[in-house]
Write a protein that binds this ligand. Structure first.
Ligand SMILES: [Zn+2]
Length: 305
């Protein structure tokens, strides 16, 4: 993994490529010779359209409610690409954007493409005065099993894992617009092949950052484009994708401007609403919520299950 430019102790960067948790996908290479063909990955689609003289146009579109960066790489054999073999572009909601044309240089040419994408506004700046509500409902407090920059799957990311039974109501941590909903997976476990195959919801906040709710059970109760308020029910916790057991993975991130190195995102250290009004950062192995982030000792939490 290429990790670069740690900008502050509370912020980390991780390469977006292939980290589907972020609403990022990396498609398998496609070899194409026939008519119009479309390949979609978690709501982002690349279409190749045949034009005259063996020329094909590579177009991108997506079903998200936020702008999305795409990185396209072409592998060409006896073909050339206009404007370039590698493209970084920003695709707006509802837009179909032409990324490149591939043009035969001699007969029998072929091409393949790879792409990855990153949902979210690359100009977003987090509003540090924002406070987040604990993103689950029900009655019992839940243990924060893993947070911050480490653990089983959080290296380089600031994220929060709350252990909870499948079916716990998941709530929007802050108001915003539902940016994307992935609601197609049934399976979960410790197998690497399940990485990226988690149901998830992203909510874009007024500052352009996105809160992410991962491993959800199939059955989201919100749709892409819908406005939600803080504390609104959006779905149910589950155990889909690469997990060690039923839990909610929660994080807030912003897309970063694409560079020649590719597309990246950055997770953000946030504060949850507490009873002091100042906000708090939950600590691992303590119990929280629902509602305001007030730590509960384990014995009380377990007896109130
Ligand atoms: Zn996690």
């Amino acid at each position: 993994m290429r990790v670069q430019g740690f900008s502050a102790a509370t912020r980390t960067r991780a390469l977006a490529l292939g980290i589907a948790l972020l609403g990022v996908g990396t498609a398998a290479p496609i070899a194409s010779t026939a008519g119009e063909r479309t390949h979609c990955s978690s709501g982002f689609c690349i279409t190749s359209v045949p034009l005259d003289d063996g020329i094909r146009e590579i177009r991108a579109h997506h079903g998200f409610a936020v702008s999305t960066q795409v990185e396209l790489r072409l592998e060409l054999d006896r073909m050339r690409a206009v404007p370039a073999e590698e493209r970084l572009a920003l695709v707006q909601p509802g837009e179909t954007l032409t990324l490149a044309r591939v043009i035969p240089t001699t007969a029998g040419g072929s091409y393949r493409y790879h792409y990855s994408f990153q949902t979210g506004d690359p100009q977003a700046v987090h509003d540090d005065s924002a406070r987040y509500v604990i993103p689950f409902g029900g009655r019992a407090p839940r243990m924060l099993t893993q947070r911050g920059n480490g653990g089983f799957s959080h290296r380089g990311r600031i994220a929060y894992d709350f252990r909870m039974p499948v079916g716990t109501p998941i709530l929007a941590a802050r108001e915003g617009v539902v940016a994307f909903v992935v609601d197609e997976y049934e399976k979960g476990g410790r197998r690497r092949s399940l990485a990226g195959k988690a149901n998830r919801i992203g909510i874009a906040h007024p500052d352009g950052t996105i809160s992410l709710y991962v491993h959800l059970r199939k059955g989201a109760v919100v749709e892409t484009g819908q406005h939600v308020v803080a504390g609104q029910h959006i779905g149910y916790s589950g155990n889909t994708g690469y997990t060690t057991g039923p839990h909610l993975h929660f994080e807030v991130y912003r897309a970063l401007p694409a560079t020649e190195a590719g597309i990246e995102s950055e997770t953000i250290e946030i504060l949850f609403e507490d009873t002091t009004g100042k906000g708090t950062t939950p600590v691992a192995r303590s119990y929280y919520g629902p509602g305001k982030a007030v730590a509960v000792v384990a014995g009380e939490a377990e007896s109130s299950n």
